[in-house]
Design a protein around this ligand. Structure first.
Ligand code: PLP
Length: 392
């Protein structure tokens, strides 16, 4: 591996999670691939899961959808209504927009071209208070879309405000089912009704309806992940670029906030807060001890690992560099890989993503291109670039 920092995505685990979740519901599973598929690289994830049978994917914006179009023509549902000026792009790239007002219907009709009728989903606000038409106005909007020669009403959805079983979730579901009933009475049938995200999926089949929109669980995370035997799909790595000895009493990092309380061996990894790796600065031994205690009490997990063993971050994580205490690591030297814990959805999207299949590097997605796993960074000779269509 020639990258200095990279993300590893395990396609076998992703396939396992997808199949496992599909086996637990009679509803269609719509993978949510917004925020670069929660940091997994949306273009490759969509291409891969489309081959596994996923029929519809959910993204947040037109921009995200167009990035995916680099690799896949899979049907993409825009979870948010597009801006007026983006409507021509939605039509051109056959994206499935969310509609929440009659005005949007008119705008789409005016932009009509030979690609119509365009499938759309109608969003109902059952209590989140963010996007969607009010439940009482939903049937009228549904009828307006159904009358349009340019649009085809394909689905109706809502989104829950809470991640657990609560009276609020139950109320939202009841409201949504009442809307569904009203649509049926108005003769609006054969629609895909969907509401559940990962948390609602775990509440039971009564929330699943025709389709479930799943992100967190698909990527092996969230409350139900262990119970559902889902696997970890994502890991962030960086290699140590420098190792040094420091003596007790010397300070480390910006602001001198960290004072070594013993002789130490520290290493630097080329990753920092500009990559999305944020660390609380550690300061005096007393504060460090207090943090360790608080971590134990709160059950917080360590932030960095070498060969599965936790190593502490010392000082402040800087923009691009982080310092680690490698004193307990036998013979650390530059090139040593370190696994780091980070919030995957907010990780730097420019980091190369190395996809593993059958336990081996399979391909790398970087800078909008698909590379052979042994490719040198920046080497764009033909042999290093994969034929996208053949590979995935
Ligand atoms: C509208 C909508 N549906 C579904 C999801 C997927 O949620 P989760 O990651 O909990 O499965 C999201 C993500 O935030 C969302 O915004």
């Amino acid at each position: 591996m020639k990258w200095s920092s990279w993300i590893e995505v395990n396609l076998d685990s992703l396939a396992h999670n997808y199949k496992q979740l599909v086996s637990l519901t009679t509803a269609e599973l719509c993978p949510v691939v917004k925020s670069d598929a929660y940091g997994h690289g949306a273009p490759v994830v969509v291409r891969f899961l489309h081959r596994l049978g996923a029929k519809l994917f959910a993204v947040s914006s037109v921009e995200e959808a167009l990035t995916i179009r680099e690799l896949s023509q899979a049907p993409l549902l825009l979870l948010t209504p597009p801006l007026h000026e983006q409507i021509p792009l939605v039509i051109k790239h056959r994206l499935i927009p969310t509609i929440e007002s009659a005005e949007q219907v008119s705008l789409f009709e005016r932009a009509a071209d030979k690609h119509f009728p365009l499938p759309v989903h109608l969003k109902v606000d059952t209590g989140l208070g963010r996007l969607g038409i009010k439940p009482n106005d939903a049937v009228a909007l549904g009828e307006r879309i159904a009358r349009s020669a340019k649009l085809q009403l394909a689905g109706v959805f809502t989104h829950f405000a809470e991640g657990s079983s609560s009276s609020r979730t139950a109320r939202q579901l009841r409201t949504f089912l009442a809307v569904k009933e009203a649509f049926a009475q108005a003769g609006l049938n054969n629609l895909i009704w969907h509401a559940a995200n990962s948390a609602a999926f775990c509440l039971g089949p009564h929330t699943h309806l025709d389709m479930v929109r799943i992100g967190t669980l698909l990527y092996g995370q969230g409350k139900g992940a262990d119970e559902l035997q889902l696997k970890e799909t994502w890991a962030l790595y960086a290699k140590v670029i420098s190792v040094r000895r420091i003596s007790a009493g010397s300070s480390v990092g910006y602001g001198g906030t960290y004072k070594a309380h013993r002789d130490m061996l520290v290493g630097v990894v080329p990753i920092g807060y500009s990559d999305g790796f944020t660390m609380e600065p550690q300061s005096t031994p007393a504060v460090q001890t207090a943090r360790v205690v608080s971590r134990i009490v709160k059950g917080e997990k360590p932030q960095a690992f070498v060969d599965g063993q936790p190593v502490a971050v010392v000082g402040k994580a800087a923009m691009n560099l982080t310092i680690l205490d490698l004193s307990a690591v036998p013979h650390p030297s530059p090139g040593l890989p370190v696994r780091l814990i980070a919030r995957r959805a907010s990780i730097n999207r420019d980091l190369p993503k190395v996809y593993l299949k059958d336990g081996k590097p399979y391909c790398t997605w970087w800078n909008g291109r698909l590379y052979h796993p042994s490719a040198q960074p920046f080497d764009r000779t033909h042999s290093n670039l994969y034929d996208r269509v053949r590979m995935l």
